[in-house]
Design a protein around this ligand. Structure first.
Ligand code: SR1
Ligand code: MG
Length: 417
């Protein structure tokens, strides 16, 4: 509706949205709706609406950052970018995201499919649960969305129009630019960290090479509009069953470097790995789960590289790398070399972004449950210290780290130190 924005409540939702045909059809008559607000993220309201015919999710942006409160205003238009990213992801990798049923720009509301019995991947990983096909699916998702949203796939005019459209997601990019790339490396007002880390934090903040590396990564993020990113692809933005993986929550969508989403994902699996010793579980179970987490990472990268290569060989038709460019070089070998070179660049970028994501989740404002759920501060600090050290090695040594097996070997080694 074009009416003035008003935040929904569980009590007002059926009166406000009861006329919506798609909700009546999917959920049933509004008289019988039950509404629960379940949002546990940092920004939005999320309602589950249950009726005689089924269920739906109603997500509404708040005009401020939920985590902090009304003192930090945040534009409602993020909902527009989330909607636009969701429909692009659905087209580029069908079945990867919840189906969108309705979008109301003025009310900043997206009505979508309720994923059930899915749970947030981060919680599943903390509990030691496994998800069949997780690494394969996430690798495919990244490859398909990153390739098909780039100049490798899109016609020039469409890509440039899209670049301009998503350039409007200024405030959410600003959050990433500050919270992810800058705040961890100085005593920013909203930062916090586990007390036992004071010494390590002081050393990291005194490390000039690290600050320079962080600034280079920030410049890559702000200036290299290579593809449409999810923009916040952590394990809290993924929902799973034992056998299915879906990606949610792309409100931070923006054009940026291809390695960004992949790097964030790798970081979140590494943090799941490093946090495991802090959670209650039998040591044997824990070691097994850690082994599984690292195997998912290995599969994720291999699946990404394989699917990206497949798309490169079968769908390359955008502004970049037309087949004819390599035709006279002999049997496609030059094209394979160009692919390997690009994957190498994405890999190096991803490692840098991975390191920075590990730092910001431990030193900045927005921490994650993997570590936060460790009540004992000493144990938590020990887990976080390993992740911080690995993050630093990744940021400073990205160019020399050859392949995902080297990353998982490093994680195993650091976990023993
Ligand atoms: C103020 S928003 C903090 C974080 O929450 C989101 O999920 C993003 O990760 C953002 O950086
Ligand atoms: Mg989110």
């Amino acid at each position: 509706s074009a009416e003035t924005y008003v935040a929904l409540t569980p009590a007002s939702l059926s009166a406000r949205l009861g006329d919506l045909a798609v909700l009546r059809e999917r959920v049933g008559p509004p008289e019988g709706w039950q509404v629960r607000e379940v949002g546990d993220g940092n920004l939005n309201l999320v309602f589950i609406v249950t009726g005689a015919a089924g269920q739906a999710v109603v997500k509404q942006a708040l005009p401020y950052v939920r985590l902090v409160g009304e003192s930090w205003p945040l534009p409602l238009k993020r909902s527009f970018f989330e909607y636009n990213a969701l429909i692009r992801q659905a087209a580029r990798d069908p079945g990867s995201v919840p189906a969108v049923w309705h979008f109301d720009e003025a009310q900043a509301i997206v009505v979508m499919e309720y994923l059930t019995p899915h749970v947030i991947l981060r919680h599943a990983l903390i509990e030691g649960r496994r998800v069949a096909g997780l690494g394969e699916r996430l690798g495919e998702f990244c490859a398909r969305t990153l390739f098909r949203g780039s100049d490798l796939s899109m016609p020039a005019a469409a890509k440039k129009a899209d670049l301009a459209l998503f350039a409007g997601n200024v405030e959410l990019c600003d959050i990433t630019e500050n919270l992810v790339f800058s705040d961890p490396y100085f005593a920013a007002p909203m930062n916090r960290h586990t007390p036992g880390l004071d010494g390590i934090v002081a050393r990291l903040r005194g490390d000039l090479s690290l600050k320079v590396a962080a600034q280079h990564l920030k410049m890559a993020f702000t200036s290299r509009g290579e593809t449409l990113l999810h923009g916040d692809l952590h394990t809290g933005s993924i929902m799973v069953t034992d056998t299915e993986t879906r990606v949610i929550d792309p409100e931070f969508a923006t054009y940026g470097p291809m390695g960004f989403d992949v790097g964030m994902l790798i970081a979140n699996f590494l943090m799941a790995h490093f946090s495991q010793p802090g959670h209650e579980s039998a040591p044997g179970d824990r070691a097994e789960h850690q082994g599984w987490l690292l195997s998912v990472l290995e599969t994720l990268w291999r699946s990404f590289a394989a699917e990206f290569g497949h798309l490169w060989r079968t769908e390359r038709r955008g502004i970049l790398y037309q087949a004819s460019l390599y035709e006279d070089q002999g049997h496609g070998l030059a094209s394979e070399q160009a692919l390997a070179d690009l994957l190498g660049r994405i890999w190096t970028d991803a490692l840098g972004f991975c390191g920075i994501e590990m730092h910001r989740r431990i030193l900045g404002l927005a921490h994650n449950a993997d570590f936060e759920r460790i009540a004992d501060e000493g144990r938590r600090a020990a887990c976080e210290a390993r992740a911080l050290a690995m993050g630093r090695q990744l940021m400073l040594g990205a160019c020399a780290i050859r392949g995902i097996d080297a990353v998982t070997a490093m994680a195993r080694r650091m976990d023993k130190e």
